[in-house]
Each structure stands twice: as C-alpha cells, then as structure tokens.
Design a protein around this ligand. Structure first.
Ligand SMILES: Cc1ncc(COP(=O)(O)O)c(C=O)c1O
Length: 393
C-alpha cells in the first residue's frame, strides 16, 4: 500500500511532523520518552490489525490458513524490497528475540567453542548464550565497549584482537540499547567472514531508525523487532538469513525436512494470528512515505534538542557520544550521584514523563527515546523539568 501524507515543506517542518503525529492515537496526557522499549502504531495499523482479526474470527481455519497465510508473501516481498534483499531470505517472526534465538540456538556449537559478544548486549540474548554455556559447555566472552565511544574502529579492533582459533560465533547489536551507540556492523561482519565465523546482528534499535540498507551491510544473519522503530503491531519482527546459510540453522520449532533450505521454516510456530504480520504493511508504508533519511534526521534532531542543553550542565554526564555518526536517536545521561531509578519514578509520578533507568556495572543513567510522534514541545518540557530538578540538587 502507499500512504497519503501531506508533503514535506522544509520551511514549515513542524506542520509536517504534527501531521505525522496526528496519525497516532497516543496518550497525550503524558510524555512518553521510552519508545525504545516498544512503540505505538499509527491508527491505520491498528485498524488493519482489527480488520484482519475480525475477518479471521468469522471462519478461522479457512480464513487463517487459506486466505491470510498466503497473504504473508505480499508482506515478505515488501520487507525484502525495502531491505534490498531476496524475498527468500526474510522470515516474519514475533519479535527480535525469536529471530535471534533461532540463530543463537540453531547454529551448531560444541563443547569448548567460544562466542564473542559485548558487555552491553541485550539481557535475553545473553541469557540465551548463558543457557548454551550451561547446556552445551560453550564459552561466552564479552568485549567491553567504551562509554561513550568516539571512534568506531576501536570496537572492530577489539573484536579482531579477541578472536581465537576456538571462536565459532559473534553476536553484536547494530545499535546498543543502553546508550544508542552505533556498532560498525559491516566491518565486524567482514571480520567474521575472513575467519569463517558467523556474525549474528541484533538490529533492534537500528532497523527503521538508522538510514541504511540491510543489503549494504553484507552480513549473513540479522534480526530485529518491527514493533519498535517501524511502528508495526506489537508481536512482529523479522529475521534475515543469507540464502546459502539457511540450511545451516535449525529452527526453534521443528519444520519438515523439505523446508531445510526454506526461510519459511522459521515461521513453523503452530497456530497463531496472521493479523499482526499482515498489518506490518501499512506501518512500512508510513515509514517509506516519510523516508528513511528524513526519519533518522528527525530522531537525531529530537535527541539533540534535549541532550545538548542537558550536556552543558556540570552535574550531567552523557554516556552517549553526540558526535555525528556515533549514535542513533537514543541517548543516556547520568546526574552525578543520583539514583536513576528514583529520578525516573519521580518524573513519572510528578511530571508524567516516561523514561527508563539503565544500569550496568560500569555506568548507570537514564535512557531517553523519543519517536516520530514526539513533539518539540514535549521534548522542551522534559528539558525544562530536568533543568529545574538539577538546579534544586
Ligand atoms: C538490543 C535489543 N535486543 C533484543 C531485544 C528484544 O526485542 P523483542 O522484545 O522484540 O524480542 C530488545 C528489546 O528491547 C533490545 O533492545
């Protein structure tokens, strides 16, 4: 589908972004700056979900399996065209975890094999690897990522130095969920290829956020949720596996042998609603109507709008580099000697502002993630509240 949006007028950008925001029915009595957790969807997506659900409910076995399931192919094609990859390389999953776990559990590893990842990858992915440690006797090695990191090549160098003859897999995020730090995925994927090590990329905060084409990363395994930055229905995600590698990965739930080389084996999950998957289409249409470059620029603009004034404060420490190209529209800051959790609770209870505390052995802070429906006024209000709060410390 194509999305009808008012055209962008560079002299009146806020009129455009207000029109985008009006596509979303969100609770405007609060300021939601935790869109990195999960996002609202635009009205057309919610309506499409409801329509598909209602349609399936009328004659479930017939509509689900004879009508809606074949319609998944249309969505697969749209996702593949957007990402610049082959339609036979895209599976639609229920979230990022499902796609990532298919790779992390599904690639063969033996006792003593090593997996490299970072000290800031997502907890569920770490639990997945740790479960394999307990179950299969593999060894997980984590590489510390500088906070903030100003030079992306430092990260590639650390991975290059950590590879040993026993390294059999690498897991990296494209954008770190804790700080918005960008990871040089293309370089690390090339490093993996050079050493014949599969590199699994967690694209949770990069897909539909950063302006890139999956095809250009030249990686073999990439999974992401679609309910974060694409604003697709909750319970949607995608998994890309390069065609030649599909047969190497066992799916999480068993599929018939004829599907060993078919990307659809990752969708053999038993009875499930098709409505969320089919309603990815209007979410993608909105994303394409806005345009990836414009969306990334807006998310960075929103980040700058709050992060620059806060970064000036003596009591504030930024854990995200604000240098061009270093991070996405997500950023994390700390108020020195203040418990981030207490501040987040206070912001929610007294100011109806939602942000999230981040804790890590090396740092802690407050993560702020606006979305395309966040207004400049909302961001300015957050800044005003924070300036007042810091001045009273
Ligand atoms: C970096 C990262 N990876 C994986 C996930 C898990 O995503 P999902 O809940 O869609 O499985 C998240 C969710 O916040 C995340 O931030």
């Amino acid at each position: 589908m194509t999305y009808q949006l008012s055209s962008y007028d560079e002299h009146h950008p806020e009129a455009y972004w207000s029109a985008v925001a009006a596509e979303f029915e969100v609770d405007r009595t609060l300021i939601n700056l935790n869109n990195g957790g999960v996002s609202s969807s635009p009205r057309v997506v919610v309506e499409a979900m409801f329509r598909y659900w209602q349609e399936a409910n009328r004659t479930p076995a017939h509509v689900l399996w004879n009508i809606q399931q074949p319609q998944r192919e249309q969505v697969r094609g749209e996702l593949a065209a957007w990402l610049g990859v082959d339609i036979e390389e895209i599976a639609m999953t229920r979230n990022a975890s499902e796609g990532l776990q298919a790779c992390l559990f599904g690639l063969p590893l033996s006792h003593g094999d090593e997996i490299l990842t970072t000290d800031q990858d997502y907890p569920r992915m770490m639990w997945t690897l740790q479960q394999r440690e307990r179950r299969d006797g593999i060894i997980v090695r984590t590489i510390p990522i500088p906070i903030p990191c100003y030079q992306l090549s430092q990260i590639t160098d650390r991975f290059a130095a950590a590879i040993t003859p026993r390294t059999r897999m690498i897991l990296i995020s494209h954008v770190m969920f804790m700080t918005g730090q960008i990871i040089p995925v293309r370089e690390i994927a090339a490093l993996g290829r050079k050493h014949d090590i599969p590199v699994i990329v967690d694209g949770s905060h990069a897909l539909a956020h950063l302006d890139f084409r999956l095809a250009d990363l030249d990686c073999e395994f990439y999974a992401a949720p679609l309910h974060k930055w694409l604003c697709a229905p909750h319970g949607t995600g995608m998994l890309y596996v390069r065609r030649e590698r599909i047969a190497d990965v066992w799916p999480l739930t068993a599929a018939p042998a004829e599907k060993d080389r078919d990307i659809r084996k990752f969708e053999e999950i038993g009875t499930h609603p098709e409505a969320p998957c089919l309603a990815i289409s209007p979410a993608l249409a909105l994303h394409l109507a806005i345009g990836q470059a414009r969306k990334q620029a807006r998310l960075l603009e929103l980040r700058h709008r709050w992060a620059l004034p806060l970064a000036q404060l003596e009591q504030v420490r930024m854990h995200t580099s604000l240098e061009p190209g270093a991070a996405a529209g997500i950023a994390t800051f700390e108020i020195v000697d203040q418990d981030p959790e207490k501040i987040c609770n206070m912001l929610r209870e007294h100011h109806r502002i939602h942000v999230v505390p981040i804790t890590h052995p090396a740092f802690r802070g407050i993560r702020v993630t606006p979305q395309i429906y966040t207004s400049l006024e909302a961001v300015d209000h957050f800044v005003e509240v924070m300036l007042g709060l810091v001045s009273r410390l």
